[in-house]
Design a protein around this ligand. Structure first.
Ligand code: PLP
Length: 401
């Protein structure tokens, strides 16, 4: 069976994990720091905070912006549910924009309209769908009009670039950027996530929130600007003769255990060293699909003008199932019979029962709906062979004929 997405593990990845297991420290050790440093430098951000998943990253990013009850948080209708759920986690109100039918990303024009209707907007979460960057300059300009924070959901976009050529994750037009290391994403850690930022205050907040909201002495070396004698709230408990008591730590706000283990960080850092290879490989796959499907009836390739910049997480085609007179389910089943897995990204978030019960309706997002009815993600991952890709192409061609 050829799946739509798959991770790739080599001997170096295995050796990195085994090395951690042999050395003994399984969590809160130097692999975390090392991975964070490599990651920050690879995307061109000042700081990176490793967490247990992309969802945890989104949750902490919302907490760090102090989004809460009564606040509107706007994301795209065409995304994974976590991009909206993170607002609900902190008691805020998730809101949606429609998509641009060409980029499949949040439409900046629609964002401007919806913000005007909402009046107040506390945070905007653009999603770089399938790896192609949103129009961040336009989104940032709208955010500034409302004093809204910008959290980029770059779970698809590690290894991608903005139109400007800057790397996604460098936070040129945002406060924070969030990534996922789920095995179908650009690099795998089993589960895992990352938040990048250039803001030292956000960085320190995220570090604290990741581990129960606790500030402890070890963080004095991480938070370099903090004066030791003034580092703790409860001075009588914290100090004796000007020295910090060896056992002392403080919980300052309600946080979580969203830490990533040494094992996962070792794997992820080893994977990160292969990122360029992964992205280049998928870029070539995308170009070959583009060529093979050029001019074919009832099928349209998407984001073809983004081949040079995209992180290439997904390869999505739009198929006019209506004019083909075949349902998408039937189409997918026929491919499955040939050993080919496909998927739909995404069921628009407002369509899910939870969001419908909160008053959302798909009809308010006509482009997202139209796109959803036609979308199909094809097998697309590092090491998908020429033969396998050829089988995908010929099978689709024969069903379309
Ligand atoms: C995968 C994904 C997430 C969630 O990441 P996890 O690591 O699975 O929690 C969030 N947003 C988008 C767009 C994703 O694709």
């Amino acid at each position: 069976m050829i799946p739509y997405g798959k991770h790739y593990i080599d001997d170096a990845d295995i050796a990195a994990v085994v090395n951690v297991l042999r050395r003994g420290t399984l969590t809160q050790g130097s692999r975390v720091d090392s991975f964070e440093e490599s990651f920050a430098s690879s995307v061109g951000a000042k700081y990176a905070v490793a967490v247990s998943s992309g969802t945890a990253a989104l949750h902490l990013a919302c907490m760090a912006t102090d989004v809460g009850p009564g606040d509107n948080v706007v994301t795209s209708a065409n995304t994974f549910v976590a991009s909206a759920n993170c607002a609900a986690f902190v008691g805020a109100s998730p809101r949606f924009t429609d998509i641009d039918p060409v980029t499949l990303n949040m439409s900046a024009d629609d964002l401007a309209d919806r913000c005007e209707v909402l009046g107040e907007v506390k945070a905007i979460i653009p999603v770089h769908f399938a790896g192609a960057a949103c129009d961040m300059a336009a989104i940032k300009a709208i955010a500034e009009d409302y004093g809204a924070q910008v959290i980029e959901d770059a779970c698809h976009a590690l290894g991608g670039r903005y139109d400007s050529g800057e790397k996604i994750g460098s936070c040129q037009h945002s406060d924070m950027t969030v990534f996922s290391f789920h095995p179908v994403k650009a690099i795998a850690a089993g589960e895992g996530g990352m938040i990048t930022t250039n803001d030292v205050k956000l960085y320190e907040r995220l570090i604290q929130l990741r581990s129960h909201g606790i500030f402890h002495q070890k963080l004095l070396t991480t938070f370099e600007h903090i004066d030791i004698s003034d580092a703790f709230v409860l001075k009588d408990e914290a100090y004796e003769n000007g020295q910090v008591n060896p056992w002392y730590f403080e919980m300052r706000e309600l946080g979580y255990n969203y830490r990533l283990t040494e094992i996962q960080c070792a794997l992820a850092e080893s994977q990160l060293s292969k990122l360029d290879r992964f992205v280049t490989y998928r870029k070539d796959l995308a170009s070959r699909y583009d060529e093979a499907f050029y001019g074919i009836e009832n099928l349209t390739c998407t984001q073809s003008d983004q081949r040079d910049q995209s992180g290439h997480h997904l390869y999505v085609v739009r198929i006019d199932f209506e004019s083909l007179a075949m349902s998408r389910g039937e189409f997918m089943r026929r491919l499955m019979e040939k050993g080919i897995g496909t998927q739909v990204h995404y069921i628009p978030v407002p369509l899910h029962p939870y969001y419908q019960s909160r008053g959302f309706t798909l009809a308010d997002y006509p482009e997202a709906e139209k796109y959803y009815r036609e979308a199909l993600s094809l097998p697309f991952y590092f090491n998908l062979s020429d033969e396998e890709q050829g089988l995908v192409v010929s099978s689709i061609q024969s069903i379309l004929r």
